[in-house]
Write a protein that binds this ligand. Sequence first.
Ligand code: GRF
Length: 214
Amino acid sequence: MKKVNLAIFASGSGSNAEAIIHYSCRLDAAYRVALMVSNNSQCLALQRAMMFDIPTLHISTVTHPEPHDFVQSVLASLREYDIDMIALAGYMKHLPAEVIAAFSAAEPQAPRIFNIHPSLLPKFGGQGMYGLNVHKAVIASGERESGLTIHEVTAEYDKGRILHQHRVALLPEDTPETLAARINLWECELYPAVLQTQAELLRTMKAAANDSRT
Ligand code: GRF
């Protein structure tokens, strides 16, 4: 069966992106990484994708200062690479509403845009909650556990349907850095696997839709 074409949007170090790319090399992967988009031309995530010969694009307010041009460039790139699904992996920019609308699920069970967040949403999500800020806030609040959330992306940020959560216990000696590192190990394990389930679902839905047309 044809693989689902996945685009990864990333801005930072790209550990999640690389884990997804690794997974996609498996024979039984239901997706292939067809494109990597970043708003940061210098980020490690882009370099990691290049090492795997994955097409990369830098699309930002530098390349496209006008918001309309930015949106059109993202949409045109997604069309050009025939993208079916998008995985946000440390993308430090809001995905434009037009892109979210263009990828809104035809079938509610088969969402097409995903994000990973390093806390147990709805806790420690929203404005300002990115990178070490999240882990600093978790430790400062005296929580005994944190974790990660993989969720559907909708127009309301960090509020889309939760697809998977994984809990990680806090250790008395934890610093934001040690907590981030421990959660990141699970992110790299679980995000590729959740995308596999979602790609299988999308593929099944598409096949059923094709069958009903013939
Ligand atoms: C991860 O912690 C992810 O949960 C968050 O951004 C971070 C990206 O890390 N959305 P990396 O660039 O994949 O290493």
